[in-house]
Design a protein around this ligand. Structure first.
Ligand code: N01
Length: 544
């Protein structure tokens, strides 16, 4: 990009993405009086909730907790209609926030950022868009989310297929009519598990291709009651503060006993109770489910038995019962009638655990030597998570260092916020932060506040450059792995480990030490003069 013409405009900050992160960043930058441009590849605000509009899409963090906490009036005014919100309502909420704070006027929609290069002399980033526009900025922030690059597997014959194809993470905006159709769904992660029961209601036939079965828990979603909403709103500020220092950024009922410290009878009763409560409560049934294999086995077997109880055909039930990894080490799924769906006459399960789908044909696909015909194929095959979207932009820092090359063996960040050699570039909920192992909105707010406080700190001290040191970054990368190694998470081939993308390095990408622990670490770093970061003053640079 260095041979290209100069930037055509100049601002204090460029933000990529207008989801929960980008909107709150823009709001805070405006409060600081900094000029800001936001580039968003979607046609409107919403991020994840703009793209993932497949039937049945719903959040599995409770509505009262999966929302911004930064504005008391906002959190008091907004009303949710269900315990777990459906995608259209979350999107409406994000749209409301954009209108309420008049944010859209600083956002360019339908614009893809292709490159961002750091100019060491000028100490500025030049950000380039697909249309060739170049904007110069002191601060460059990737607010692009963790799960935003949809992944369709490479299959021979894909282009020859004459039916319709969809990816859950890039769903059409208009209603898709599946009535009377034969549909394939490939993938049984959170998205597949949500979309399959809804498609089964509408389509003539649904065939599910399952590579790995998933543990899924019933959501027990219910309409929001005034009473429940009041119980939160009356003490919202206190609850939010508690959430900020909690394990996952949300309030959950966590049992502090180890699973094997109680009798078999008591353990089963606790699991039953959690299963009836619904949502992710099962993982908090005992305090060692994610750290002790023996404890985990008891919870996993309980869920397998629930599957065997629900699914009438014993062969299908066994195929749906996960046995090859501990419960919770692949993202736990929360469903509405998922396992029950396999009792319908119009739903079949095809096990592709031992041999992948062979190829697509003009009419459908071939798996296990059998040819299937489909009117539509739905790919619920996930995302190139955590790093994929960062790598889609050609990001180059000091010395023309490419982010993609620096991270060839896995992401290297300090706190999941910044990476050495990339001054004044921030990642919101980047790899190495609690991110996907937390209530995302809480973690987003924390990171945005950290970025804003850092910039205020720089202003107050006359600095214009902030960057982590190599030592601090190396220590943090080690700490992230150490934290993961104390748990059972590395035992699963999950997208947390990069295992769903051929050739991606295998290591645990989010920070699992806990949201509250992480927040205290960040606070301690700030209190100790931003320990691990180095700053440079403008005057010093000019003197060099
Ligand atoms: O993606 P996934 P997702 N051939 O990667 C299979 C969040 N989310 O979109 O397990 C055949 O989890 C793959 O198989 P395997 C949440 O954080 C939240 O469902 O790799 N199959 C797997 O079954 C979630 O974790 C919510 O063996 C292939 C599936 O496709 C994350 O987004 C709702 C394949 C992909 O599952 C991603 O969820 C939705 C291939 N070549 C999403 N490649 C809620 O809040 C992949 N698969 C409720």
């Amino acid at each position: 990009m260095s041979d290209q013409p100069e930037a055509s405009s100049s601002v204090d900050a460029v933000i990529v993405g207008a989801g929960f992160s980008g909107l709150y960043l823009l709001h805070r930058f405006r409060q600081l009086g900094l000029s800001t441009r936001v580039f968003e590849r979607g046609g409107d605000v919403g991020g994840t909730w703009y793209w993932n509009r497949y039937p049945g899409a719903r959040c599995d963090v409770e509505s009262m907790q999966y929302s911004y906490s930064f504005d008391e009036d906002l959190q008091q005014d907004w009303t949710w209609s269900e315990k777990f919100s459906p995608q259209p309502q979350i999107l409406a909420y994000i749209g409301h926030v954009a209108d309420r704070f008049d944010l859209r006027k600083d956002i360019d929609f339908d614009v893809e950022v292709t490159a961002a290069h750091y100019d060491e002399g000028a100490r500025r980033w030049t950000v380039e868009t697909e249309s060739g526009e170049r904007v110069s900025a002191q601060f460059f922030i990737m607010a692009t989310g963790c799960i935003s690059t949809a992944q369709i597997p490479t299959l021979d014959g894909f282009d020859a297929y004459t039916g319709r194809t969809f990816h859950t993470g890039n769903w059409p905006h208009e209603k898709v009519d599946f009535a009377g159709e034969r549909i394939a769904v490939i993938g049984t992660g959170s998205s597949g598990i949500q979309v399959i029961p809804v498609l089964a209601e509408e389509a003539a036939h649904v065939t599910v291709f399952q590579r790995t079965p998933n543990y899924s828990l019933p959501s027990r979603n219910v309409p929001m009651t005034e009473e429940y909403e009041r119980s939160w709103k009356d003490v919202y500020a206190e609850r939010r503060e508690e959430m900020r220092y909690s394990g996952h950024g949300s309030l959950k009922d966590l049992n502090d006993k180890p699973a094997l410290s109680v009798s078999e009878e008591e353990r089963q009763a606790v699991f039953e109770d959690r299963w009836e409560t619904g949502g992710p409560a099962m993982l908090g049934a005992f305090n060692d489910i994610l750290t002790s294999q023996e404890a985990n086995d008891t919870a996993a077997e309980f869920v397998r038995n629930q599957i065997r109880r629900i699914v009438k055909d014993p062969v299908t039930a066994e195929l749906l019962a996960p046995k090859t990894y501990p419960i919770g080490t692949k993202r736990i799924c929360i469903d509405s009638g998922y396992f029950e769906t396999y009792n319908r006459d119009n739903v079949d399960l095809v096990d592709i655990s031992t041999a992948p789908i062979e190829r697509m044909t003009p009419d459908g696909l071939v798996a296990n030597g059998t040819e299937y015909a489909f009117d539509s194929i739905v790919f619920a095959t996930g995302f190139d998570a955590m790093t994929g979207t960062l790598f889609n932009v050609d990001i180059r820092g000091r010395g023309d260092t490419a982010l993609r090359e620096k991270w060839y063996a896995g992401p290297r960040t300090y706190l999941g916020l910044m990476s050495e050699a990339f001054p004044n570039m921030y990642m919101i909920t980047g790899p190495g932060s609690p991110s996907v192992k937390s209530n995302m909105v809480m973690s987003i707010e924390q990171h945005v506040d950290f970025v804003i406080d850092s910039i205020v700190h720089m202003r107050e001290h006359g600095f214009d450059l902030m960057e982590p040191t190599v030592e601090a970054e190396d220590d943090w990368v080690d700490h992230v792995q150490e934290a993961a190694n104390k748990t059972l998470f590395p035992r699963a081939n999950s997208w947390y480990m990069g295992a769903n993308i051929p050739g991606k390095p295998r290591l645990f990408m989010p920070y699992i030490g806990g949201v509250g622990v992480y927040r205290r670490i960040c606070e301690d770093i700030v209190e100790n003069g931003y320990k691990g970061f180095r700053f440079e003053a403008k005057a010093a640079a000019a003197a060099e």
